[in-house]
Ligand binder design. Structure first.
Ligand code: ADP
Ligand code: MG
Length: 502
């Protein structure tokens, strides 16, 4: 046992009689990166919040270097040497203050810097904090309101602030979900440096590649308990089985490619951008079409045009043989053409709404007689979606905001599936979603197609597309460049088509 090892013993935590952590035991050794892997809803964020003093009502105990520590408040946890960068970045950002003040927030709160101090006098210490991450932020930048920062920079800010306190235990909850590759590389460099300085690091992620390159140890959390502990090099089959269970692994078996023979949607001379050439596209009933392309290739424009959210610059469509010109999403929805948008949080979730209410949102008239909503019907549908898609939730009355990202995505998908889609469009459905949820959503998309409907999955990730699609369309600069059934092409060919320039 080393001086700085963190020992976690029998941690329990429940929300209203719903046990989320069921006795977590683990050691986070100093000078190592320990990865915590788990499906959405496993309890990772809750465990981290316990460690950061947010839930004083937890059971169990924590020791650092053999000394018991008290986790009654976030300040307790900090003074014991635990720093956390939370998954929801805004949890660490204080609105209404400058970037400099945000960097120095701990010192302002603890009285080390006086609140009345001028912003000018804060620039130098703020720069020092930022430099822990080699952030070259100029004075005029530091003076800006913190809300002018992009997501990646907010992430860097909260991390720089955490580092400035020389933590014994640094906890990172899915820190890379909003970062570019260059930013990820920079972050990993910092994490490795801290590890070599003897900090204990707990790294939460569901990206296996990241864990592979960064972590020394790996534990899996499933249903609130630790399952498999491993040291690098990791056996991923074992880790995935622990994470998802035998059942889910078996369901990962390859699917049979389907080819539809009947057109659902026929598109003629569709022009996506001013400078792009028009193209034709037929989307068949009974198959899943994966539309792949880089950012800006026109995937979202294509989806939004079909859904009536935007107009194509030129071209015409037929749906089931009849002219189809939706001028609004409502017109598309009436024809059972549904789009699950890329930004589910902004476009589809209403904070404070229950699962039941959220799923009934687009179909309110189905659940109402006159103007009286039928709560029983609504709750019944909510429960059905929870069961059908394996949503981890307390029940249909739970607020959607309390759900993890993958579970929110399942709710959004489930919501549209109730309406028996004729054509279902999924725009980046797997973003921020773990492998388990990704499987469930893919399985559901394939079963919608299996019932004779058409499904389009738009993604910039070839592997995601190959996991769900029968046929692949490659978009480049707003043009359809390549169209093939999956069995007649290869990952390499798709990749080379995707990165072709005009
Ligand atoms: P993870 O981070 O592994 O995805 P979480 O710790 O966020 O999982 O969630 C674990 C479970 O606890 C989920 O079922 C979630 O709905 C529930 N949960 C999390 N936070 C709350 C809360 N504040 N109130 C009620 N239930 C919650
Ligand atoms: Mg989480």
């Amino acid at each position: 046992m080393n001086q700085g090892d963190v020992e976690i013993h029998d941690i329990t935590m429940s929300f209203a009689s719903n046990p989320v952590l069921r006795g977590v035991d683990m050691v986070i050794p100093q000078g190592k990166v320990s990865a915590l892997l788990g499906a959405n809803g496993a309890g990772k964020s809750t465990l981290i919040k316990v460690l950061s003093g947010v839930y004083p009502q937890h059971g169990g105990s924590v020791q650092i270097g053999g000394e018991p520590i008290h986790l009654g408040t976030p300040a307790d946890s900090r003074s014991a040497g635990i720093e956390t960068v939370h998954q929801r970045i805004d949890e660490g950002i204080i609105p209404g203050l400058s970037i400099a003040e945000n960097l120095l927030f701990e010192q302002i709160v603890s009285g080390k810097i006086r609140k009345v101090a001028s912003l000018r006098s804060m620039l130098k210490p703020a720069r020092e904090v930022a430099q822990a991450l080699q952030l070259d932020w100029s004075d005029s930048f530091l003076r800006k309101d913190v809300f002018e920062l992009g997501i990646a920079d907010k992430q860097m800010l909260t991390l720089a602030r955490a580092l400035s306190r020389y933590p014994k235990l640094l906890i990172l909850d899915e820190p890379t979900s909003a970062l570019s590759q260059a930013e990820v590389d920079r972050l990993f460099e910092v994490i490795r440096r801290l590890r070599d300085r003897g900090v204990a690091i707990l790294y939460v992620s569901h990206r296996l590649g990241e864990i592979e390159s960064l972590a020394d140890n790996l534990v899996v959390l499933r249903d609130g308990a630790i399952l498999g502990e491993q040291q690098a090099p990791f056996d991923w089959d074992v880790a995935l089985t622990h994470m998802l269970g035998e059942q889910a692994i078996r369901e990962m078996a390859d699917f049979q490619e389907k080819r539809g023979s009947e057109l659902c949607l026929s598109m003629k001379s569709i022009k996506l951008f001013q400078r792009s050439e028009p193209f034709d596209l037929g989307v068949n009933k009974g198959e899943v079409l994966g539309v792949v392309g880089l950012l800006g290739s026109g995937k979202s424009e294509l989806a939004r045009g079909i859904y009536g959210a935007d107009k194509f610059l030129d071209g015409s469509m037929e749906l089931g043989g009849a002219a189809f010109q939706p001028s609004t999403p409502a017109a598309a929805i009436k024809k059972k053409v549904y789009l699950i948008p890329e930004d589910r949080a902004a476009e589809s979730m209403l904070p404070g709404w229950s699962i039941a209410r959220t799923v009934s949102l687009p179909f309110l008239n189905q659940f109402s007689s006159g103007f009286v909503l039928s709560f029983t019907a609504e709750r019944g549908e909510g429960q059905r979606i929870i069961d059908d898609l394996g949503v981890v939730a307390t029940g249909p009355d739970q607020d959607v905001d309390a759900l993890s990202g993958g579970n929110q995505q399942k709710i959004v998908v489930g919501r549209w599936l109730q309406g028996n889609p004729q054509l279902l469009l999924l725009d980046e459905p797997f973003r921020g979603v773990d492998i388990g949820a990704r499987r469930e959503i893919s399985r559901k998309a394939r079963s919608v197609a299996g019932e004779g409907n058409a499904v389009m999955v738009l993604t910039s990730d070839i592997d995601e597309a190959l996991e769900v699609a029968d046929r692949i369309l490659v978009l480049v600069d707003g043009e359809a460049r390549f169209d093939s059934y999956v069995s007649q092409t290869s990952r390499e060919q798709i990749l080379s088509k995707m990165s072709e320039v005009a």
